[in-house]
Design a binder for this molecule. Structure first.
Ligand code: NI
Ligand code: MN
Length: 227
């Protein structure tokens, strides 16, 4: 499984010929390492409907005939936008795809589409691959039920640290304690002035207060794991 960070909350997971994009906000991200036209997803996975997560979903899904996995209300809205293949899921549920099982878990946030449509509950995405288990926390506050996810044996957790719209770095360290992943990657910071953070400080705190290793990935950076 190959994992590439695409800036903000966007992550690409590649395995067994499948390329899944999580929250592909590329166009409009001043630090995007690629052009949306460089991406060729087979799947798109969404944590919620806000513009900085929905991003280029409609255009990419339409152009590449990609299957979009999202909360049922969000999936219905996408179908209405002309996305041919959608799989709606809801809290605690999931679906098995070529690269692993994808399931949706609670996040404390809000979720609406850019046109104001209700987009269902916002979530975090657990991806259980053959050799790697990832958790993408989406946009969330710190809450104790994140601790329920640690039993899945998370290898890599992507957690927001930007503050303002999500938890900030201090609460994010506590979230890492609850998730108890092997590695953590900070996301959702630095994209805009309102969510500027120093990831090196977060990294030092993670190493001091948790058992996880913090890997600060630059937009465009690739994570390779065996298998
Ligand atoms: Ni959001
Ligand atoms: Mn966001």
């Amino acid at each position: 499984m190959k994992v590439r960070y695409l800036g903000h909350a966007a992550v690409e997971v590649e395995h067994a010929g499948a390329r899944a994009l999580i929250d592909p906000f590329i166009t409009g991200n001043p630090h995007a390492p690629v052009d949306a036209t460089d991406l060729h997803p087979t799947h798109i996975l969404l944590t919620h409907g806000h513009g900085d997560h929905l991003g280029d979903t409609v255009e990419l899904a339409t152009r590449h005939d990609a299957t979009v996995v999202a909360a049922v209300e969000l999936a219905e809205w996408l179908a209405g936008q002309g996305v041919a293949n959608t799989i709606g899921i809801n809290m605690g549920g999931g679906v098995t795809l070529p690269f692993g099982r994808v399931s949706l878990h609670p996040a404390w946030h809000s979720s609406s589409l850019p046109d104001g449509t209700y987009a269902g509950m916002p979530g975090g995405l657990l991806i259980e691959g053959e050799h790697l288990t990832l958790y993408h926390a989406g946009d969330t506050a710190l809450f104790s039920d994140l601790g329920l996810l640690q039993r899945h044996g998370i290898d890599v957790a992507f957690v927001p640290i930007g503050d303002r719209y999500t938890m900030g770095p201090n609460d994010a360290v506590e979230a890492v304690r609850l998730l108890d992943p092997k590695h953590v990657v900070p996301i959702h910071f630095g994209t805009f002035p309102a969510i500027e953070q120093d990831p090196a400080l977060f990294q030092a705190d993670v190493h001091e207060r948790t058992d996880a290793r913090c890997v600060v990935m630059k937009p465009g950076q690739v994570w390779e794991s065996n298998g």
